[in-house]
Design a protein around this ligand. Structure first.
Ligand code: C2E
Ligand code: MG
Ligand code: MG
Length: 731
C-alpha cells in the first residue's frame, strides 16, 4: 500500500518544488495543503504516513501545527519534518524538542531530502507493521481470554437453562471471530425437520433452506462433512458472495429427543475454522449437551416431586402449594374433594393391578373434565381434589361438581384390559368455598373433606356442600378418634365374659370375651358404638391386639381348672387381613389350644381366599374357629363347606322367634342339619327363654349362649360363676 505524504506550505512555488522532490520516492502519494488550518482539519483523517511542514506560515504556523499533530492520537507517532530558512537554526532545535522527527533547511538539497524522507518513511512503515502485528496478537489474546472466560462462566453458572444456553451459544459466536456474522444454534431433530431451540436466527444466514439442508445432513449422522457440503451446495443467491463456514457436531440423545449443536459463519473471505476454533466450539457443544441432559434430569425430578407417580396428574403437595397460592391471590375459590365409592371393594375383588389401572383411568378422565379454571390432583388413595379459580358462589361450584359426577356415568376401562372389561364406579363429592367457608387453604381442605364424608353418609354418588352441621359431626368423629386412641393407653377398655353352655347338661364349656369401654364422660360404651368406627379409622388392630392378649391371659387360669375350657374372642375385618395375626398370637406364648376365634360370616365372605388362609393358620396353631352371626350374611352353602371351621354360631335373629315362628324353626333346623353333615359343632346365640333352649336341644344344637345362662360379666364375676360350677352348680 502506498504511503501518503502530506505537504503543508503557504507558498505555491515551494509546494510544487517539494511535490516534485517527493515524486521521486517509491510508492508514495502526495497531498499538499496551502492553508495550514485546512491541513490540520483534514490530514489526520486521511491517514498520513509523514508530514512535511513549512515553519513560516500564517497562523497556525509550523510550530503550532506540530503541537496539534502530536496532540492528536491518530498522528501522535506520525513523523513530521519541519522546513526552515538557514537563519532560523534555533527554530530547528525547538522543533526537535517539540517532537519533530527531523528538519530541513532551505535551500533544500534534493539528495539529502530523498535520503532523509526515505529513511523516515521506511521507519514509519516498519513501525506500522509492528503496531498491526501487536494489534493482531492482542485481538487473538482477547479472543482467547473471551473463550476461556466463557467456558469458565459456563462451568460455574447457576443461571436458569434458557438464559444459560442462550448466553453460551451467543458468547461462542462472539468468541469465535470478533465482529463476524455468525449463527449458532441448538436444534432438536424432529422427524423430518429440526426445530431451533436456542441460537441466533439461521434465517439471517440463508433462511430456511440452510436449516433444512443441515437437518438433512444431521439425520444422516455424518454431520460434519455432509453438513458442510450441504452448506457449500447452497445456490449462490442464498449464500451470497461470502464463503460459508460450518461446524456441526454429532447429534446426541436427551431422553427421547435428539439434538445437535451447530455453528455457521458467512464472513466474506472466511477461512475454514482452525483446529483450535473447532476444539473451542466442540467444548461449547459439549457444555450445551451436558446442560440439556441436566435440564432433562431436572424436569424428571420436578415431575416426580410434583406429579403422582401412578396417575401422572398433580400430587397432593403440589395441589396444596397451588391452593395456598390461589388463596393468597384470589378471594373466590372453590374446592371439590372427590372420593370413589366402594373403591376398596373393587380393589379387593378385582386385584391391586386392576385397581391401579382404574385409578389411572379415573385420573385421566377427571383431568380431561377440568376447565382452564380448574386444577385436578390426586390427593392420595382414591381421593382427588379439584381447585376451582373464579368460583363466586355455590352455583358455580355446583356446575363443576355436576360435571365431575357426570364423568362417572360411563364405565371405566382397565388399561390394557380396556376392551375386555368395563367397570362402573361412583364417586362422592364434598364442596367448600372460600371465603364463605374458610379463610385459609388448610381449613378449606378440611371442610371440603368433611363435606365429602357427609356426601358418603348421605348415600354416595352425590355431592354435599360444607355446612356447620357437617363440621359438628366431623368434629365429633375427630373427638371419638382421639378418645379411642387415648383409651388404650388410659386402660379404659375392659373385657366382659359371657358363658358358652352345653345345652344338654348346663355345663359351662367356655366363654366369649366382649369388649366394653369405660369412657370417662360417657360411661360404659357398647362395642357396636365404637368397634365399626375403630375399623374405619385404622384403630381396630391395636384394640384387637389388646383383646387377644387379655383373653389369652384369662383363659390360662380357667383352663388349669378345666382342661376342656375354651375362651373365644371376636376378630374384626382388619385383623383378618393382617398376616401377622397368628405369628403375634404365637409370640404371646402359652397354650393357644385354649383359645377360639369368632369371625362373622360377613367378614369371612369378604375375601374368601384370604379368610381361608388365616383360618388354616389359626387352626394349625390349635386355635378353634367359629363362624359368628351365621345366617345374616350371604355365604353360600358351597362356601360353608370349604371353610375350615369348628363351630357355627346361629345368629340371635333366628333364635328370638323360637319355637313359635315357623320360618325361624325352618331355618334353624336346616342350618343344624347342614352343619352336622359338614361336621361342625353348633351354638345358638341369644337364648333368653327356657322354651328356646328346649327346642334347640331337641333339634340337635349342642351349645348355647344368652341371657338365660348369663349376661356378659366382668372377669371376677365370671370367676365366681366358674367356681360355683366346679362346686357342682350347673346353669
Ligand atoms: P357378637 O360377637 O355376636 O356378640 C354377641 C352379642 O350379643 C354381644 O353384644 C352380647 O352381649 C349379645 N348377647 C348375648 N346374649 C344375648 C341375649 O340373650 N340377648 C341379647 N339381646 N343380646 C345378647 P355386645 O357385647 O354388645 O357385642 C356386640 C358385637 O360387638 C359383638 O357381636 C361383636 O361382633 C362385637 N364385639 C364385641 N367385642 C368385640 C371385640 O373385642 N372385638 C371385636 N372385633 N368385636 C367385638
Ligand atoms: Mg361374637
Ligand atoms: Mg354373634
Amino acid at each position: 500500500m502506498a504511503q501518503r505524504i502530506v505537504i503543508v506550505d503557504d507558498s505555491a512555488l515551494n509546494r510544487r518544488m517539494l511535490e516534485s522532490l517527493v515524486a521521486q520516492l517509491f510508492d508514495v502519494e502526495v497531498l499538499a495543503f496551502g492553508r495550514s488550518a485546512e491541513a490540520l482539519e483534514r490530514a489526520p483523517m486521511l491517514g498520513a504516513s509523514l508530514f512535511i511542514i513549512d515553519y513560516r506560515m500564517p497562523a497556525p504556523d509550523g510550530m503550532a501545527m506540530l503541537s496539534a499533530i502530536r496532540a492528536d492520537g491518530r498522528t501522535h507517532h506520525t513523523p513530521v519534518v519541519m522546513i526552515t530558512a538557514a537563519e532560523e537554526r534555533t527554530v530547528c532545535y525547538e522543533a526537535l524538542e517539540r517532537g519533530a522527527s527531523d528538519f530541513l533547511v532551505r535551500p533544500i538539497d534534493p539528495r539529502e531530502f530523498t535520503k532523509r524522507i526515505g529513511n523516515l518513511l521506511a521507519l514509519e512503515a516498519s513501525r506500522n507493521e509492528a503496531a498491526e502485528h501487536l494489534e493482531r496478537e492482542e485481538a487473538a489474546a482477547r479472543l482467547n481470554a473471551a473463550r476461556l472466560d466463557l467456558i469458565w462462566r459456563a462451568g460455574t453458572s447457576i443461571a436458569n437453562d434458557e438464559t444459560f444456553l442462550h448466553d453460551l451459544i451467543e458468547g461462542a459466536s462472539h468468541a469465535i471471530v470478533d465482529g463476524c456474522a455468525f449463527a449458532a444454534m441448538i436444534a432438536r431433530l424432529d422427524g423430518t425437520d429440526f426445530v431451533i431451540e436456542v441460537g441466533n436466527a439461521v434465517a439471517d444466514y440463508g433462511g430456511e433452506g440452510v436449516g433444512r439442508r443441515i437437518a438433512v445432513a444431521a439425520h444422516r449422522e455424518a454431520v460434519d462433512a455432509d453438513a458442510i457440503e450441504a452448506v457449500a451446495d447452497l445456490p449462490l443467491e442464498r449464500r451470497g458472495a461470502g464463503n460459508w463456514r460450518a461446524a456441526l457436531f454429532a447429534p446426541f440423545n436427551v431422553g427421547a429427543d435428539r439434538y445437535f449443536v451447530g455453528f455457521l459463519s458467512t464472513e466474506p473471505k472466511a477461512t475454514p475454522f482452525s483446529a483450535f476454533d473447532t476444539a473451542f466450539l466442540e467444548t461449547i457443544a459439549n457444555l450445551c449437551s451436558a446442560r440439556l441432559q441436566q435440564r432433562a434430569q431436572f424436569e424428571r425430578l420436578r415431575f416426580q416431586t410434583e406429579y403422582d407417580a401412578l396417575t401422572a396428574i398433580l400430587n397432593r403437595s403440589s395441589f396444596r402449594a397451588r391452593g395456598f397460592a390461589a388463596m393468597r391471590a384470589s378471594n373466590a375459590l372453590g374446592l371439590l374433594i372427590l372420593n370413589l365409592d366402594d373403591f376398596r371393594h373393587a380393589n379387593e375383588t378385582l386385584g391391586q393391578q386392576t385397581g391401579d389401572a382404574l385409578l389411572v383411568e379415573v385420573a385421566a378422565r377427571l383431568n380431561a373434565t377440568a376447565t382452564s379454571d380448574e386444577t385436578v390432583a390426586r390427593l392420595g388413595g382414591d381421593t382427588f381434589g379439584v381447585l376451582i379459580a373464579n368460583c363466586q358462589d355455590r352455583a358455580d361450584a355446583l356446575a363443576s361438581a355436576n360435571r365431575y359426577l357426570e364423568a362417572f356415568h360411563y364405565p371405566f376401562g382397565t388399561g390394557d384390559r380396556e376392551d375386555r372389561e368395563r367397570i362402573s364406579l361412583g364417586a362422592s363429592i364434598g364442596i367448600a368455598l372460600a371465603p364463605q367457608d374458610a379463610d385459609g387453604f388448610e381449613m378449606l381442605l378440611a371442610r371440603a373433606d368433611a363435606a365429602c364424608l357427609a356426601a358418603k353418609n348421605a348415600g354416595r354418588g352425590r355431592y354435599a356442600f360444607f355446612d356447620i352441621a357437617v363440621e359438628e359431626t366431623f368434629a365429633a368423629s375427630r373427638l371419638l378418634q382421639n378418645d379411642l386412641q387415648a383409651a388404650l393407653t388410659r386402660n379404659e377398655f375392659v373385657l366382659y365374659f359371657q358363658p358358652h353352655v352345653e345345652l344338654a347338661t348346663g355345663r359351662i364349656r367356655g366363654a366369649e370375651a366382649l369388649i366394653r369401654w369405660h369412657h370417662p364422660t360417657r360411661g360404659l360404651v357398647e362395642p357396636n358404638a365404637f368397634i365399626p368406627f375403630a375399623e374405619r379409622h385404622g384403630l381396630a388392630g391395636a384394640i384387637g391386639a389388646w383383646v387377644m392378649g387379655e383373653t389369652a391371659r384369662a383363659s390360662r387360669e380357667w383352663r388349669s381348672a378345666d382342661p376342656a375350657f375354651r375362651a373365644w374372642f371376636n376378630l374384626s375385618a382388619a385383623e383378618m387381613r393382617d398376616a401377622t395375626l397368628v405369628p403375634r398370637l404365637r409370640e404371646q406364648g402359652g397354650d393357644l389350644s385354649g383359645l377360639g376365634v369368632e369371625i362373622t360370616e360377613t367378614v369371612a365372605m369378604q375375601n374368601v381366599s384370604e379368610t381361608l388362609a388365616v383360618m388354616d393358620a389359626l387352626r394349625s396353631a390349635a386355635i378353634q374357629v367359629a363362624l359368628d352371626d351365621f345366617g345374616t350374611g350371604y355365604s353360600s352353602l358351597a362356601h360353608l363347606k370349604r371353610l375350615p371351621i369348628d363351630v357355627v354360631k346361629i345368629d340371635r335373629a333366628f333364635i328370638t322367634g323360637l319355637p313359635g315362628d315357623r320360618f325361624d324353626v325352618a331355618v334353624v333346623v336346616a342350618v343344624l342339619s347342614i352343619a352336622r353333615s359338614f361336621g361342625f359343632e353348633t351354638l345358638a346365640e341369644g337364648i333368653e327363654h327356657e322354651a328356646q333352649a328346649t327346642f334347640l336341644q331337641s333339634a340337635g344344637c349342642a351349645l348355647g349362649q344368652g341371657y338365660l345362662y348369663g349376661r356378659p360379666m366382668p372377669i371376677d364375676e365370671f370367676d365366681a360363676l366358674l367356681a360355683s360350677q366346679h362346686a357342682g352348680v350347673l346353669l
